[in-house]
Design a binder for this molecule. Structure first.
Ligand code: CA
Length: 353
């Protein structure tokens, strides 16, 4: 009887401890994204991440998602996460190059790595540690949040026949590619995704780049600017989950791992989702959108872009040791990885057309 009583008390005590732990493990977070409420595959990645976190935690860890129409700051996500107004965000690191140029390197670089190479760099080539260091001074962690793969070079009203056609052209293009176009005489701007079509229609811009056929064609850009150029400027655009550092550090080990796994799974899923969207759109492009003119920039234009890229990387590297160390890590990794990509994927495709 006594033994049964003791065991009974122990069970009661244990269950109180368990329920006390469970109560303290309840987490309610808010996420701000740079996108409208429905922008596949970006918003799907955020929603699936939040659902995985909810389900894996048995409903103890809940992430509420706010779209841009709620928080009104497509390019303010980094600041809101930094200040703790939001616990985390989903955005693109290169939107914040004006705050800290090194951040653009964690999205993509013109003439840089493709998605395979860049993911290998992040997870096995030292990229995650460099990104953690660069974001630490801003009070946050950054995690890969989904890759678009190769992006198209953008939509233009007129054919780009020479470098002269770029002079004075008003173009929406973010990241380091924007610096290159500016150096070649374009008036460069960045515009929030929700305002792209209107800006092109009203003539605020003459040209723009967005992502690729899967996301571009549904926006209707081709109705105004039918010259669609192949890509060079964003070969592996990685979005980011930004997480407030103090908030992340306070999570239990279990919730940290749940969040990490959910973000990484959602990122992978976004990449293949976007690939499918583009493959499906491209399959119909000739029959359903015969007015779209698929072009490649002339060689002198490409050569000038490559030269401007080299010069600008050297200028930024001279200004910042941190920028230099990240860009050198990427270039060294790309050199090694590209040799394998060339003999592997590239040879396979070239020899089996
Ligand atoms: Ca883009």
């Amino acid at each position: 009887m006594f033994v049964r009583k003791v065991i009974g008390s122990l069970v009661l005590a244990c269950s109180l401890v368990v329920s006390a732990n469970a109560a303290s493990d309840k987490v309610n977070w808010k996420l701000a994204m740079s996108w409208g409420s429905s922008l596949p595959p970006f918003t799907d990645a955020v929603e699936s991440m939040a659902k995985m976190v909810h389900d894996m935690s048995g409903g103890d860890f809940v992430i509420k998602i706010d779209a841009v129409n709620k928080h009104k700051a497509a390019f303010g996500v980094m600041d809101m996460v930094k200040l703790g107004q939001y616990d985390m965000g989903h955005t693109a690191s290169y939107y914040y190059k004006g705050k800290d140029p090194v951040l653009l390197l964690f999205t993509t670089m013109p003439f840089g790595m493709n998605a395979f190479e860049q993911y290998a760099w992040f997870y096995y080539g030292g990229g995650m540690a460099l990104m953690e260091k660069s974001y630490e001074k801003h009070g946050m962690y950054s995690f890969p949040g989904g890759n678009t793969g190769m992006q198209m070079g953008g939509w233009f009203r007129k054919e780009i026949k020479s470098l002269d056609d770029l002079k004075g052209l008003k173009m929406r293009i973010p990241g380091f590619a924007g610096e290159i176009f500016a150096k070649l005489g374009c008036a460069v701007t960045n515009i929030a995704p929700g305002e792209l079509y209107t800006s092109l229609e009203r003539g605020t811009i003459d040209a723009l780049e967005w992502v690729g056929p899967g996301m571009d064609i549904s926006m209707g850009f081709h109705k105004i600017a039918p010259y669609y150029y192949t890509g060079w400027h964003e070969p592996a655009t990685e979005l980011q989950f930004l997480v407030n550092k103090a908030k992340f550090d306070k999570l239990s080990n279990k919730n940290k791992e749940i969040l990490r796994v959910a973000m990484r799974t959602a990122a992978y899923d976004m990449m293949i989702h976007n690939f499918d969207m583009s493959a499906t759109a491209w399959d119909k492009i000739k029959t359903e959108y015969p007015n779209i003119k698929v072009m490649t920039f002339p060689k002198p234009v490409m050569d000038a872009m490559r030269k401007a890229n080299t010069e600008l990387v050297a200028e930024e590297s001279a200004k910042s040791a941190e920028f230099k160390s990240v860009v050198e890590s990427q270039q060294a990794y790309m050199k090694k990885a590209r040799a394998w990509t060339t003999i592997g994927e590239f040879s396979y495709i070239r020899d089996n057309q």
